[in-house]
Design a protein around this ligand. Structure first.
Ligand SMILES: C[S@@+](CC[C@H](N)C(=O)[O-])C[C@H]1O[C@@H](n2cnc3c(N)ncnc32)[C@H](O)[C@@H]1O
Length: 484
């Protein structure tokens, strides 16, 4: 069945996020992803994925807002209270008794969000071992793919509503009340190592006695869930435990974990991985999804633009700088903070009048000939013209001369979207032209001198000839006189 325009646009959006923002969302369930993206689009009053892709390209912070919307960082202390009770009463004691008294106990909270889960774990371990033993023996790894969530978890500061589920004796024992906030015990926080980690692609932590991964796998496609469970299997010690969320199961990996309590979603590491399990972790090459050509085109255009040896800027219809490559940044002293600024507010306005750019766009966008020209120019719908020649640009320590070319950027229908400005340093050409001019005038002068000298020579020769003739006739006359 062929895909609808909307599905193709959605794929282009995912490809764009993967190629330009390093967010690979291919492991997440498509339905959930679509709902989350639509939710974000509604907030911005954008109607379709195509327009949203354009919005993403023009707003550099938007990918972060989208990512936050997709990840859903909701968490809570003692979430699913009875399951935590089961862990505290049945599992943690087993982990402790299996270990020597000086052996480390290693726990991983994977997808820890803003930290409630990991502090719940520390409280239970401290209750079981005593605070001193906990400080000495427990090592907890708390990871999430969302950097902001990890920072929040590290801060360990919660509101009154957020701590409402913590039994009052534990709250007063493990939290310090600072004004309106409850901050987790700073000494015990030292047992935790926080980090950014993507379960769908990074290698697992190792030698874990317990992996807690709750309400994360639920967002993953079955294949990504299966791979993540295999990584957990790698990461656990023999007989290590896995604690999932209440609505999560083992999908097709049931052979590698044995249920301890299905009700509470607690499993113990089971038999070894099969060859198939290992193969599942190999990157797949045969069924690789073709990347949407539209995104490839955008990506290649952007890469070519950034890598160009010529300084280039892309300016949108309203005269704002959208992109600047490295050459332009160096030449015009620009940095990331100038992206989005109006050309008229930047020093480069000395080079090209911003209103000329906008007029150019307005003029070309309504001209059918411009559309024909840009179509004729190829699939990228662009044509260039020399806007200014030999413009002087004085930098801190030298003066250079630039030719400025403008290239209309238009969409399929020929509607102008913006302008690409290319700056060609012609200083060397100008110096060479000056040198040629100087040599030409020297040559003209020498030619003139030569001409004059030739004329003098000619006159001298004539004088010489006539003198010689005179001499000859005097000579003849003397001979004649001598004869008589
Ligand atoms: C609903 S919260 C669950 C938080 C906590 N585990 C709990 O149950 O209270 C889901 C968390 O999973 C994280 N997450 C989503 N995809 C992830 C991935 N690929 N790798 C690591 N964490 C991920 C999100 O950033 C979010 O913080």
């Amino acid at each position: 069945m062929s895909k609808s325009d909307s599905e193709l646009e959605f794929e282009a959006l995912l490809d764009y996020l993967k190629l330009n923002c390093s967010y690979d969302l291919s492991g997440y369930k498509e339905g959930t992803l679509m709902r989350r993206v639509q939710y974000r689009m509604q907030q911005l009053e954008i109607e379709n994925y195509g327009n949203y892709l354009q919005y993403l390209q023009n707003h550099y912070d938007e990918s972060v807002s989208l990512f936050n919307t997709i990840l859903i960082n909701y968490s809570g202390f003692f979430r699913d209270r009875y399951s935590w009770d089961y862990l505290a009463n049945q599992i943690i004691p087993q982990i402790i008794t299996r270990k020597q008294s000086d052996e480390k106990i290693r726990v991983w909270s994977a997808g820890c969000a803003s930290g409630q889960e990991v502090y719940t774990l520390v409280m239970l371990l401290a209750e079981a071992l005593g605070i001193e033993q906990c400080l000495q023996r427990v090592q907890i790894f708390a990871t999430d793919v969302d950097e902001d969530a990890v920072s929040e978890a590290r801060r360990a500061s919660y509101s009154e509503i957020e701590v409402a589920n913590i039994p009052s004796d534990l709250l007063s024992k493990y939290f310090e009340q600072i004004q309106q906030r409850y901050v987790f015990d700073s000494k015990l926080r030292r047992t935790i190592i926080f980090g950014v980690h993507d379960l769908a692609k990074n290698a697992p932590m190792s030698k874990m006695d317990l992996v807690v991964c709750r309400n994360v796998l639920i967002y993953f496609k079955p294949e990504t869930q299966a791979k993540t469970l295999i990584r957990f299997h790698f990461g656990l010690t023999n007989n290590g435990f896995l604690f999932l969320g209440n609505s999560e199961g083992l999908t097709n990996n049931s052979h590698i974990f044995t249920p301890v309590s299905l009700k509470h979603r607690i499993f113990v590491k089971g038999q070894s991985l099969t060859l198939q399990d290992h193969l599942l972790l190999q990157p797949r090459t045969d069924t690789k999804k073709a990347v949407n050509p539209l995104t490839t085109q955008i990506h290649m255009w952007k890469a070519a633009f950034l890598a160009s040896p010529l300084a280039q800027l892309a300016v949108d219809r309203s005269g704002r700088v959208l992109l600047a490559n490295q050459q332009a940044n160096t030449l015009f002293n620009l940095n990331i903070s100038h992206i989005g600024a109006q050309v008229k507010d930047l020093e480069i306005a000395r080079l090209i009048n911003p209103s000329t750019l906008i007029n150019l766009l307005d003029r070309d966008s309504v001209k059918p000939s411009a559309v024909r020209r840009s179509r004729a120019a190829g699939s990228d719908n662009r044509h260039s013209s020399l806007a200014r020649k030999h413009v002087e640009w004085v930098t801190d320590n030298h003066t250079i001369y630039l030719d400025i070319y403008t290239t209309l950027i238009s969409d399929e229908s020929g509607k102008a979207l913006g302008t690409n400005l290319t700056f060609i340093d012609v200083t060397r050409n100008i110096l060479l032209e000056d040198e040629i001019e100087r040599l030409n005038s020297a040559l003209t002068k020498v030619t003139q001198e030569l001409k004059e000298t030739t004329e003098v020579l000619h006159t001298t020769r004539q004088q010489f000839d006539s003198t010689q003739k005179e001499l000859e006739s005097v000579h003849q006359e003397m001979q004649f006189r001598n004869y008589f």
